[in-house]
Design a protein around this ligand. Structure first.
Ligand code: GUN
Ligand code: ZN
Length: 377
């Protein structure tokens, strides 16, 4: 059940109630592709950094260790010791990024494993079966994410097929949720809007999928090479055609600024590898923009990454120490930067929720964006 608590312009403050607990939105989901957040972050760390939802990947877990293995071990929640919500991406996007290794047909996609080269087939039914074996809280529909440079004709055909796939996903998920030994009989299904940079194709698709009464709706195929302005324009066009009383998820996005802009356009779920990937490279987010912790100017800097930050890195360690760890290639350096970055994102989402409730979202957003520019000039 999705309860809208407050609206401020198009921004929504809401709450998704699931069998694995409540998700307060807008939310940033922390990416753990292969059932682990990269940077040696354990699920036992996540409560300290205020993670609400962990995101994992159908394709990766199917290839290794295998979704049947995870099911035998009681499902993904038990396997990785995380009792709060998990969203699994459907595998569509990852398969499509394999490029030459794949072939798309009406029934699904034929491709080779990136691990051992073995041939695999995944269609809508297979994706739902894998996600059901994992027992995630929210399953994503199996979609094709067409290239941002694909022709209009290619994109139209692809989107039509994605709609047919979505209907197959819905039928299969309804069946799986009633199977006797299913891990999570209340698994939710979100559909995904596609259409590259063609607003009319996207709008028609948004209208078609809105009729299917899914548990939530994602906008996919963005942040794949188009400009930020183009992405915001697509959101302006498309989000009003998705049901605003349901969760709206912008997949794979993005920078803190992207999130602030998308929230004001009605988006309330996000995920992105940036905080963990940048953290592994010693790049950390602050309210005054990104810092490179490898920079020589931090050699004797006894201050935390960000003054006042309550994360496990800033409460205990200095910039100088973290810089030393990164220089010495100690794993702890990466880990502290990743924890700080995820805490930064999760805390920004808390501020966003509060600002919407207090009807000062636009002022909050403007001040936050201005602060970020201080180090990015
Ligand atoms: N992650 C980021 N973009 C996409 C998309 O278009 N589809 C899916 N399934 N996952 C994504
Ligand atoms: Zn911190």
């Amino acid at each position: 059940m999705y309860q809208i608590i407050h609206r401020n312009g198009l921004a929504k403050r809401a709450r998704l109630i699931t069998v694995h607990g409540v998700i307060e939105t807008p939310v940033f989901m922390n990416v753990g592709t292969a059932a682990a957040i990269k940077g040696a972050v354990a699920t036992t760390d996540l409560k300290d950094i205020r993670t609400q939802v962990q995101l994992s990947n159908t394709y990766h877990l199917h290839v290794r260790p295998g979704d049947e293995v995870v099911k035998k071990l009681g499902g993904l929640h038990r396997f990785m010791n995380w009792d709060r919500p998990i969203l699994t991406d459907s595998g569509g996007f990852q398969v499509f990024s394999l490029g030459e290794l794949r072939k798309i047909k009406e029934e699904g996609v034929y491709f080779r494993s990136h691990v051992d080269g073995r041939k695999i087939f995944m269609g809508p039914e297979e994706s739902m079966q894998i996600q059901s074996n994992l027992g995630s809280t929210i399953a994503m529909a199996f979609d094709e994410c067409p290239s941002s440079v694909a022709s209009r004709e290619y994109v139209q055909n692809s989107v039509d097929r994605t709609t047919r796939w979505l209907k197959r996903c819905r039928t299969e998920m309804a069946r799986l949720n009633t199977v006797e030994d299913t891990i999570n009989p209340h698994q939710l299904l979100f559909g995904i809007n596609q259409g590259a940079i063609f607003p009319d194709i996207r709008i028609d698709h948004a209208k078609a999928i809105s009729e299917l009464e899914l548990d939530g709706y994602a906008v996919g195929g963005l942040a794949v090479g188009e400009s930020h302005a183009e992405m915001y324009h697509i959101l302006d066009e498309v989000v009003p055609h998705l049901p605003s009383e349901k969760p709206t998820y912008l997949m794979g996005v993005g920078t803190p600024a992207n999130i602030l802009e998308a929230v004001s356009r009605g988006v309330d779920f996000f995920d992105c590898v940036y905080p963990s990937r940048n953290g592994r490279h010693g790049h950390v987010y602050t309210n005054r923009g990104k810092l490179n912790m490898l920079n020589a100017k931090y050699e004797l800097d006894d201050a935390p990454i960000e003054e006042g930050c309550g994360c496990p890195a800033c409460t205990h360690y200095s910039r100088a120490y973290i810089r030393h760890l990164l220089k010495a290639k100690e794993m702890l350096g990466m880990r502290l930067c990743v924890l700080h970055n995820l805490y930064f994102y999760n805390t920004m989402m808390e501020e966003i929720r509060q600002a919407i409730e207090e009807e000062r979202y636009q002022e909050y957003k403007a001040a936050k964006l201005q602060g970020f520019q201080e180090n990015d000039k």
